[in-house]
Each structure stands twice: as C-alpha cells, then as structure tokens.
Design a protein around this ligand. Structure first.
Ligand SMILES: Nc1nc2c(ncn2[C@@H]2O[C@H](COP(=O)(O)OP(=O)(O)OP(=O)(O)O)[C@@H](O)[C@H]2O)c(=O)[nH]1
Length: 299
C-alpha cells in the first residue's frame, strides 16, 4: 500500500456546446474551488483545480477548437490548442450521445497529433430515452480513434462524476501536488470573472456572438465587503458593438446583471461591475494585437 498522491494536467476538448464548461463547473464546484492561471503556467490555461486526499487534477482549457475563418486569430487559436495539448497527462474528448459530426471529426483530427491517452467522454446520455440506443453509438464512435476508454455520463444531471474522477486519477502519475490547497481556495478570481462575463454574453447572444470577443478585466479591487470590477468587452468590428450593447443598452445591462450575480455567488461578496464595449480595430487580423490581448504567439 502506498499513500503517494497523484498529480497531473487534464485537458477537456470537444466541439462547442457539447458540455465542457458544465463538466468543469460540476467537477470544480463540487470538489473544491476555482483558480486562475498562475504566471508560471504560461503554456497551460488552468480552468480549475480539484484537490482531494488522493491528489490533484489540474483542468486545462484549450481555446481554439474553432472552425471557419482563416484569419490570424483563428490560426493562432489552433496553434494554442495544439500546444495546450502537449504535455498533458490525459485528454477528455467530449462528444454528445448520439451525435458525431464534422466538428467532432475536426477535434479528433487535432487529437491524432498528441501523445497523451484520450478518453472518449460521451455526455448528455440523459437525452437518450432508450439506453439500448446508446450501445451501437458507443461501438461506432469507439472505432473512430484510439481511445483509452469510453465513458458515458451526464454532466448536467451530475451522473457519472465520481466515476470520471476515479478514472482520471487512475491515469495521473504519482507525484506531489503542484498547487497548495490554500492557494487553490484563495486563488485570484479575475480570470473567472472574465469567463463569467463572456459566458453570460454568449448565452445572451446565442450564435450571434462573434468568436473574436475578448473580455479584459481592467480593474479589480477587493475590500472586506465589496469587490469593484471594471471589464472591457472587446469586439472585432464596430458593427458588433451594437449587437453586444443591445437596444438602448438593454443587452449589456442584462449581461452585466447576470454576471454580477454569478460573481457575487462565486466570491460571496457584493460586487460592483462596470462593463464597457470597445472595438479593437481589426485585431483579429493583426498577430501583434492578438498577442497583446492575451493569446501567446509561438516562438
Ligand atoms: N441534457 C443535457 N444537457 C447538457 C449536459 N451537459 C451540458 N448540457 C447543456 O449543453 C449546453 C452547452 O453546455 P456547455 O457546458 O456550455 O458546453 P461547452 O462545450 O462548454 O460549450 P462551448 O463553451 O461553446 O465550447 C448547456 O445548455 C448545458 O446546460 C448534459 O449532460 N445533459
């Protein structure tokens, strides 16, 4: 018997809308707390850390599994996605039960270039009424790649979360945990605040959201009772500004209100949130501006 802990980095990849954020929130929300990327983790964008007695799982975000445009940002995102997948210990490739389309094929293609074991996570099984329908699907998608395991679950219904954690831990190498627990629980939340704002915006805009939208936190001041946050939503073109702001500011107001409430919930403190929308002129086509907005350019 050994009491050694396990520690490793795990990337969750999959086409948009498959349930990745839901899974991260469920895993992180249920087990510990949320963290922001530390300066030294330049290669990996950390979205959450799960700490248990048996070890620590660092969840990695892979921006850039986008399709479509061939502009600088898109190329950059794909490079970022590939480099984010280098050096991870495990990849969770998420698909939706009963669906495997061209977007899933694209993600799969990206995965063929990486070395880490890939677990095929089949999410939203709650949407499949007759579970016997699931078996042929699992068999079919299972043959599309070299998967270490196939794991059906439902992130939204919280079905299969504990099993997934067991599975993930079994793939992580033994080693000391990389983040101390204090740091995890008191970690900076600027990054999360930006993600929350972007998420509320995405929900409000549905498919209208231009993927070149970036949220930057420009001000973050915390006192015992109040957190004051100033954030800028950058859009690529002037025409998109109106979409984000909405009729007489209605959309921005709703997004701001929802984001504020979510951040208050996260911080357990009152939050003052100021949102601005700015046009970052053509930054999607300018690699230097892309870098200055937070995406790293490869050497
Ligand atoms: N029925 C069902 N819906 C789910 C499940 N998991 C996630 N969803 C829903 O699917 C939608 C998309 O989920 P997200 O977690 O935002 O998906 P995502 O993969 O992070 O999407 P992107 O951020 O666009 O890449 C949301 O409405 C979720 O509530 C599930 O297990 N069952």
């Amino acid at each position: 018997m050994t009491n050694a802990t396990r520690f490793g980095h795990v990337a969750i990849v999959g086409r948009p809308n498959v349930g990745k954020s839901t899974l991260v929130n469920r895993l992180v929300g249920q087990k510990v707390s949320i963290t922001a990327p530390k300066p030294q983790t330049t290669r990996h964008r950390v979205t959450g850390i799960i700490t248990e007695a048996r070890g620590q799982i660092v969840l990695i975000d892979t921006p850039g599994l986008h399709q479509g445009g061939k502009d600088a940002l898109n190329r950059q995102l794909n490079r970022t996605a590939r480099s984010a997948l280098e050096g991870v210990d495990l990849i969770l490739f998420m698909v939706q039960a009963g669906q495997f389309g061209p977007e899933d094929e694209d993600v799969l293609r990206l995965l063929s270039q990486v070395e880490a074991p890939v677990v095929l996570v089949v999410n939203k099984v709650d949407l499949v009424n007759d579970k016997t329908d699931l078996l042929p699907f699992l068999a079919k998608v299972g043959e599309k790649g070299d998967f270490a395991e196939i794991y059906p679950m439902s992130a939204r219904r919280r079905r299969g979360l504990d099993g997934l954690l067991d599975l993930v831990f079994s793939y992580l190498p033994e080693g000391p945990i990389g983040y101390d627990e204090d740091q995890v629980t008191t970690a900076p939340v600027r990054f999360m605040a930006a993600e929350i704002i972007r998420e509320k915006l995405a929900r409000s805009l549905h498919d209208e959201l231009p993927y070149q939208t970036t949220v930057m936190i420009e001000r973050f001041e915390e006192t015992d009772r109040l957190v004051t946050i100033g954030a800028v939503i950058y859009v690529a073109r002037a025409g998109q500004k109106g979409i984000v702001i909405g009729n007489r500011g209605s959309r921005l107001k709703v997004v701001g209100q929802q984001a504020r409430e979510a951040i208050e919930h996260l911080l357990e403190k009152r939050v003052m949130l100021d949102l601005w929308v700015k046009v970052a002129d053509d930054w999607a086509d300018d690699e230097r501006s892309v870098a200055s907005l937070g995406y790293q350019l490869p050497e």
